[in-house]
Design a protein around this ligand. Structure first.
Ligand SMILES: C[S@@+](CC[C@H](N)C(=O)[O-])C[C@H]1O[C@@H](n2cnc3c(N)ncnc32)[C@H](O)[C@@H]1O
Length: 351
């Protein structure tokens, strides 16, 4: 088959765009860590002025700004030599508590990529690489990547979509948040429903320690506790509500986890399962969101699951049917999708 020059050039442009984005990921994390975006959000600045305000070296800042402007993350005015952020850029780049926070996503990506030599090896051997073996930026980036979506949707839309759960949370129930990581979801729920009590758990002890620190800082220690425990072994039931946020597909024995959730759940309880949004077939997921998830999945989710007992991996783009099957096989008799965003599907499973 002859190489078409047009199609080849189309692919070259695509690859150059991706190469720029790959390197720019470092620039986004750097801009966040050094406070460059936050300083720029206050108003237009020349490189020297931005460097002064952020106690950084002007020549580096100048080069960073040029790359940022070329990538569309920063505006450049060639007549004044000033750089600035649009309202939208400032919105997405400067507020870790807002509904969109791009630097958290890039921190997660760069953290995951630090494991590249180990993942290459895992591809050869088929061995796993545990969540806990990754760089700190995976844990922090994960929290900062997911929290904006939870802040925007969890209390406003997802919990109200479950049958009778919101009222029960207001009255006061017992909740377990399984695979809670740094506890972002646990603490959001605790703040919203002060009469309910929450037990977060995760097999990764360092994440649990960090979650405890976050709870103490938020003054929620009396209402929230965090335990180091796997989804197959967490205790303290019966719970009225069990939640798993973007964690089921990271587990090597998701059926064992689902069965254990069923055992720890009250007879009329609810299991809320938040998973990455995905269509039913691979073809349905061949889009920008699918690309993000499949790529993260190859570095984080599949290696995590394959590192655990069970050795089964759903992957981050499994879609609804495999999750429904797991819930059904674990003894849940009712299952439905109750909410969705471009990034997440939310399922309700009931005994
Ligand atoms: C993608 S992170 C999500 C963390 C958190 N739920 C959030 O949304 O920010 C997946 C989490 O699942 C945890 N995890 C993986 N396998 C687990 C297992 N078998 N039991 C409990 N937690 C597990 C990891 O330690 C990690 O914290």
């Amino acid at each position: 088959m002859a190489v078409s020059e047009d199609r080849l050039m189309e692919f070259v442009y695509k690859f150059v765009g991706d190469l720029g984005a790959t390197m720019a990921a470092g620039g986004v994390v750097l801009g966040d860590r050094l406070g460059l975006y936050r300083a720029l959000a206050a108003g237009p600045l020349r490189p020297q002025e931005l460097a002064e305000r952020t106690a950084t070296a002007p020549r580096y800042v100048e080069e960073w700004l040029r790359g940022q402007a070329a990538g569309g993350y920063v505006q450049y005015d060639g007549t004044t030599g000033e750089y600035s952020l649009t309202e939208e850029q400032a919105f997405a780049l400067t507020d870790p508590d807002g509904p969109i926070f791009a630097p958290g996503a890039f921190q997660l990506a760069l953290g995951a990529l630090k494991a590249e030599p180990r993942i290459v090896e895992a591809f050869r051997t088929g061995d796993g690489f545990g969540w806990h073996q990754h760089d700190q930026d995976v844990f922090l980036g994960c929290e900062r990547f997911f929290r904006p979506g939870y802040s925007a949707n969890l209390v406003a839309a997802w919990l109200p979509a479950l049958d009778g759960v919101e009222d029960a949370l207001r009255r006061g129930i017992r909740v377990a948040d399984v695979g809670c990581g740094h506890g972002a979801s646990t603490l959001l729920m605790a703040r919203a429903y002060p009469r309910s009590t929450f037990t977060g758990s995760d097999y990764h002890h360092d994440s649990v320690e960090r979650a405890r620190k976050r709870a103490a800082e938020a003054g929620l220690n009396g209402q929230v506790r965090f335990d180091t425990a796997s989804a197959q072994t967490f205790e303290g039931g019966p719970y009225d509500l069990v939640t798993t946020f973007d964690a089921l597909h990271d587990m090597g024995d998701p059926l064992g986890a689902a069965r254990h959730v069923r055992e720890q759940l009250a007879a009329d309880g609810t299991w809320m399962i938040v998973e990455p949004a995905a269509g039913p077939t691979v073809t349905d997921n061949l889009n920008p969101v699918g690309r993000v998830y499949y790529s993260f999945s190859a570095f984080l989710c599949v290696p995590s699951a394959l590192s655990q007992e069970g050795g089964y991996s759903l992957g981050a783009q499994a879609g609804e049917e495999p999750v429904r099957r797991l819930a059904t096989d674990a003894g849940f008799t009712r299952f439905r999708r109750v909410a969705e965003t471009p990034f997440n599907h939310v399922y309700e499973a009931r005994p």
